[in-house]
Design a protein around this ligand. Sequence first.
Ligand code: M6R
Length: 585
Amino acid sequence: MCGIIGILSDYPVGDYLIEGLKRLEYRGYDSAGIAVLQDHKIQVLRTVGAVNKLEQSYAASPFVGNVGIAHTRWATHGGVSEKNAHPHLSCKGDVAVIHNGIIQNYSELRQRLQNNGHIFRSDTDTEVAAHLLEDELGSGKSLLQAAIAIAKELRGEYALVFMLKDFPDKMIAIRKSSPLLIGVGQNENIVSSDALAFLDKTNRAIFLEDESIAIIGKKDIEVYTFSGQRRKLHAIELAAEFSLPDKESYEHFTIKEIHEQPEVIAKVLEQEPGSFTLFRKEIERAKRIFIVAAGSSFHASLLGRSYLSEYAGIYSDVVLASEYKSVAKWFDDDCLILCVSQSGETMDVIEAAKTAKQNGATVISIVNRSPSTLEKTSDAVVRLNIGAEVGVAATKSFTAQAFLFYAVAKGNMQAHDAVELKGAMTEVLRHEAMIAKLSDIISRSKDVYYLGRGLNYAIALEGALKLKELAYMHAEGLAAGELKHGPLALIEKGTPLFLINPEDDTYEETLSNGVEVKSRGGMLIGLSTKPSVHYDFFVRLPEVRREFYPIVESIPLQLLAYYSAKVLNKDVDRPRNLAKSVTVK
Ligand code: M6R
């Protein structure tokens, strides 16, 4: 996680760096900082909290300089505090560094550096890199030699950018696993974790290959391998999908993205025929299929597994990306790994994809953001095409992933499917005012439960995840049949339980489970096509074909989480402790 940006220019860079950070904030927002080379000195400002805090402090006393770096942090090592905010300086203040990733062997390096007299000012893993570079340059090494020495020392995954007092016209960037790219401008170059940071300046970018060192000037860029071999540079033109998102008249990106779903669902079908056919062919060819994903993408994959089973007659396994190692021994050339990730940057998914490739398996990724590290690691990619999702909570990407799985399982891309879904999604969004009122009641509860069976089980999990991350409330999604195997003991008078129960083949059994909750004093909220006397509240679902119910059901639950978060005054687009891309393990 963490967003990093560095720029060398003919013009003062301070304001630009702050603007860039705002666009990178989806990567973390615990603290932020900026360093600018001003009058032969590295000036640093760091603040706790989101980038707007840094912006306010910076406006009070801005730096003047044409070279600078900046960082927005998602804390890993070292608490959320000003001293742990990046950039970090070396002892003499000659080297400043920003970092995304984790340096695994930082403790031993720190000990060694301290034994050699280095004074540390933070608790982070990152700071070792500044001290190491100071030592390497102090011993007379060139920038490249010093960078190679550092790359040899550091274990873990990292994107590092160094600014140097004694080399005011150069920056060093080192990439291992964590994404890093360089925007190639007119007399200026910008290095960042994401092209969003520099798109308004240039759409020409060099994506640094894994294990690369870049020595970056204003007009020149040299890239090397970790053993010092010069790499050929390929600048590519970035596509329009990198355009900067706009909240329009909505209060938050999250609610905008919830409302976009009826419109964007058809975009999922805008696939190149070749990629769709290949996807289908690979599914039929593979002897084993593993679907690897995290969070909401994992929940969409559970639905995907059911669709593949029911409509394509294909068995697959769904694996949490962070647990992929438990099945990695089955990854071989008979195997297809479907990696599902909105961002395409989730570290665990990328690692699973790399392992699968090494073992000879075919990897197809389903992503939204593009280009991404995941798609570069895959044999083929299928894109959701639904535009940027800015809110940290996955909403439109979840429904799009589910629909894409459905289309693949059916083996065809039918426009009328998207039309049917669009109609139903539009209809269910009409309950918004009612759900906002319901959120007033739900947000007073200690615990909230979601129950679903069959295809609806994944939606119980997803509904609970939305409430946890947006409203910071304890919520659990359960398979309806599991209730009496333990969780029923948690039901007290007034405990809210969402019964996800359209009139499909699971209707009767699931209703019985709801009644069991009701009999024990629980408050029953039915999401169904059919009212019931047992429901304390009823959210009417539009009638659609059975396989589309889960996609439609997820929308009222997204709204519920959104309005509960609003009632509780939470930061809806940027929930605490989270980030949109989880680029560490
Ligand atoms: O970018 P990805 O789809 O790989 O992200 C996976 C999860 O981090 C993500 O779905 C997360 O759980 C969301 N915040 C859920 O709303």
